[in-house]
Design a protein around this ligand. Structure first.
Ligand code: HPA
Length: 271
């Protein structure tokens, strides 16, 4: 796996030369609009990087954009893969590890998530303060890759406290409501049953999604500073008495794009 990541890095470096992104942003479902604000210097299609996992879901493109945002050198991963597409957790976190090897020591993970807590509403942003990953297999399964981190990494503060404070204070300045909560990762691709949502709620989760906890684990393992932001696109199953649809998820993320971009811009400006 390490060799695979190095091969991706080699291919990408052949394109971007000595550009070093300090911050990486992973853009979730329908949140790709952020890319429009980047002064893009290099764009690399996932499909052109040997061994890099390629997303297949509607609403997900697959590109790494290297450039300047708010004068900072960044890389944005537009589109991600999920384990339900058939990738192992270790394969699904190749992008995170490659971004680290390219020089990014901070990563902002964004996603679309279902709201479990009744205080959340579709269109809300939730800063991830912690996660529950029990229901997903660990991306660190298998022989440890010592080049990234230790066998038994500490997960007592996955989401960087300083980044949490920055995000909250920037949101306040922008008058964007930023709630806080715990994100639970499930395997999907089916949405949860109402009973599963009751169970997740009792475990302490406020939001549910299918992507981010394993990425945060890989990033933390590799010593990156992690920030996580969920866009609540829908209320989780059983909270509202209506079926869930993927279109609803895409529609609400499109509506929230402008605020989302302002918030990310402000956070990146402070990193
Ligand atoms: N459940 C799981 N993943 C999701 C949801 C949901 O309700 N909404 C967006 N991603």
């Amino acid at each position: 796996m390490y060799q695979k990541c190095l091969a991706c890095v080699k291919k990408i470096k052949g394109i971007i030369g000595d550009f070093v992104p300090e911050t990486a942003v992973v853009l979730g479902s329908g949140l790709g609009g952020f890319a429009e604000g980047i002064d893009v210097k290099f764009s690399v299609n996932y499909a052109d990087i040997p061994g890099f996992p390629v997303s297949t879901v509607k609403g997900h493109v697959g590109k790494l954009l290297f450039g300047f945002y708010n004068k900072k050198p960044i890389v944005a991963a537009q589109g991600r893969v999920h384990c339900y597409e058939g990738y192992t957790p270790a394969e699904a976190v190749i992008p995170v590890r490659v971004l680290k090897l390219l020089g990014a020591d901070t990563i902002i993970l964004t996603n679309a998530a279902g709201g479990i807590n009744e205080n959340l509403n579709p269109g809300d942003f939730m800063l991830i303060t912690d996660h529950i990953s029990f229901f997903a297999d660990s991306p660190l399964t298998g022989k440890n890759i010592d080049e990234f981190g230790v066998r038994f990494p500490d997960m007592s503060a996955v989401y960087d406290r300083k980044l949490i404070d920055i995000a909250l204070s920037e949101a306040k300045k922008l008058k964007i409501e930023l709630k806080e909560g715990i994100y639970a990762q499930v395997k999907g691709p089916q949405y949860e049953t109402p009973a599963e949502i009751v169970a997740l709620s009792r475990l302490g989760a406020q939001a549910v999604g299918m992507s981010t906890a394993i990425e945060a684990i890989a990033a933390k393992h590799a010593g990156m500073r992690v920030c996580g932001i969920s866009l609540i696109t829908n209320m989780a199953a059983g909270i509202w008495k209506k079926p869930l649809s993927h279109n609803e998820v895409i529609e609400s993320s499109e509506k929230a794009q402008a605020d989302f971009c302002h918030l990310l811009q402000a956070i990146i400006g402070r990193i």
